[in-house]
Design a protein around this ligand. Structure first.
Ligand SMILES: [Zn+2]
Length: 116
């Protein structure tokens, strides 16, 4: 159900931008999605289609670009990309690490229909 709230905030941004552009139709929304955000892209698109009805942002296609998960190790100072959710430094084996990216989800850019 978390996707629903996230989708609503994506839509709010899209509608605001559409209005700023003179109520043009939003065609594409580019979203950055951390691999550990726990969000399902298909699910967000589905909610989007439902929620955006009767708004200038209806019918936009959502594009998701994945952001890899990166941890920073406080013991050896290295930053490493991790594949699975395992907070352990691949360099030194320490677990004094911090997740510095991989959980984000935000609208990176969007495109509005250009009439000219
Ligand atoms: Zn380390």
């Amino acid at each position: 159900m978390h996707e629903l709230a996230v989708t609503q905030s994506i839509l709010d941004i899209a509608v605001k931008e559409a209005q700023k552009a003179g109520n043009r139709k939003v065609t594409d929304i580019n979203i950055k999605l951390g691999v550990f955000s726990g969000m399902v892209p298909d699910c967000i698109q589905e909610y989007y289609d439902l929620l955006s009805e009767d708004t200038p942002a209806y019918g936009a296609k959502l594009h998701f670009e994945k952001i890899p998960a990166v941890i920073s190790c406080k013991d050896c100072g290295k930053e490493s990309e991790i594949e699975r959710f395992r907070l352990r430094c691949p360099e030194c084996g320490g677990n004094n690490v911090k997740l510095i990216s991989g959980r984000e989800l935000y609208v990176d850019s969007l495109e509005v229909y250009d009439e000219d």
